[in-house]
Ligand binder design. Structure first.
Ligand code: MG
Length: 360
């Protein structure tokens, strides 16, 4: 079957709340179950392209289903050519603008298109893009440090072979941050990379002050100390701090990556395959990051990220934060702190009974 031969027959979007093995906790939120939209792109040729997007809050689920379904109606009969479909959607929605729910829907469709192409060619998307299925180094992404539960969870990280771990941080007081980072460093020793994520919770002077006190714990990066859209604030913190600053999970489409990078907002680039515009958006943003010599990490979406990290120049670390295994038939497993891209396509299969159980 030719790769350009797939024709879109219909699009299905299912909203689920997928229970998380480790609930996501941040400086100002707690997510016990992942609000996901499962997307099926059904093609005339009998191929179904699949992807999921992460809605962050159950409030977004119903509108996302509606947007994806409505978009699907406009795509009926079109060929599965992700680059061309992205350009068409970019043009169609120029006046509305893509950032937000529409952009999420567009990216989810793009990922499902690539999955369909991979399935039609019977190969992983990583290989379709010109790469191979080599193991991708991952870091284990924890929530807020908790003296009762984090010790066990960290020991599990080490047993699974992770060479890097990340914690969310950012309570009311610097002292609590210091105690958490000191405790984590004592558990993991000096050989494991440690990153912390403020999830946009500080202002510039407070970020500079806290990072100054925490720098003695050999942090590999400090993530999003201030609101993500404040590129100048991130740049100011970078120039005042010895620790590398990581940002990017909230860059919308490659154009935002270009703006943030030219504002010198980050030492690294953390791309979110949904907000950056799917597989197509990722490859474009990764080139922009590489041209500025920024190592590229991923943000959630472990399955799809393995494939694009395989063709990312300067690929750094894949974030291991599993939000979908509760509804997947054959979830990825960590081996020696790495994940391997698995096909065909993006390697996503629904567990039908779990999907039914968790549909909302
Ligand atoms: Mg983050």
């Amino acid at each position: 079957m030719s790769n350009t031969g797939l024709t879109i027959q219909g699009i299905k979007a299912i909203p689920v709340l997928a229970p998380l093995i480790r609930p996501i906790t941040t400086a100002h939120a707690s997510i016990p179950a992942a609000p996901l939209i499962l997307i099926d792109v059904i093609c005339d040729e009998g191929v179904v392209g699949r992807s999921y997007i992460f809605g962050y809050t159950p409030v977004s689920l119903r509108p996302l289903v509606e947007i994806i379904t409505n978009l699907g109606e406009t795509l009926h009969g079109k060929k599965v050519v992700p680059f061309k479909l992205k350009q068409e959607m970019d043009n169609t929605f120029r006046l509305l603008g893509r950032q937000g729910l529409l952009g999420m829907a567009m990216a989810g469709l793009d990922m499902a298109f690539w999955d369909a192409l991979g399935k039609a060619a019977n190969m992983p998307v990583a290989r379709l893009l010109g790469g191979t299925e080599d193991p991708i180094p991952c870091y284990d992404s924890h929530g807020v440090f908790n003296a009762k539960t984090s010790v066990n969870e960290l020991e599990q990280s080490l047993q699974l072979g992770f060479k890097a771990v990340k914690f969310k941080i950012g309570g009311d007081k610097l002292q609590a941050d210091i105690e958490a980072v000191k405790a984590i460093r004592e558990i993991i020793g000096t050989d494991i990379l440690l990153m912390i994520d403020y999830n946009q919770s500080l202002d510039v002077p407070e970020a500079v002050r806290r990072i100054r006190h925490l720098s003695q714990y050999d942090l590999h990066w400090v993530e999003e100390p201030v609101p993500a859209e404040d590129f100048a604030g991130h740049a100011a913190i970078r120039s005042a701090s010895e620790v590398a600053i990581q940002t990017g999970e909230n860059w919308w489409f490659p154009e935002d990556a270009a703006r943030a990078i030219s504002a010198k907002a980050s030492d690294f680039a953390m791309l979110d395959i949904m907000k950056i515009g799917g597989v197509t958006g990722w490859t474009q943003a990764a080139a922009i990051a590489h041209s500025a010599s920024l190592p590229v990490s991923s943000h959630i979406f472990i399955e799809a990220s393995t494939h694009v990290m395989a063709v990312t120049p300067g690929a750094h670390l894949l974030e291991y934060l599993d939000v979908a295994s509760a509804i997947l038939a054959d979830p990825l497993e960590i081996e020696g702190g790495t994940l391997v891209p698995r096909g065909p396509g993006l390697g996503i299969k629904w567990n039908a009974s779990a999907v039914e159980k968790y549909t909302v």
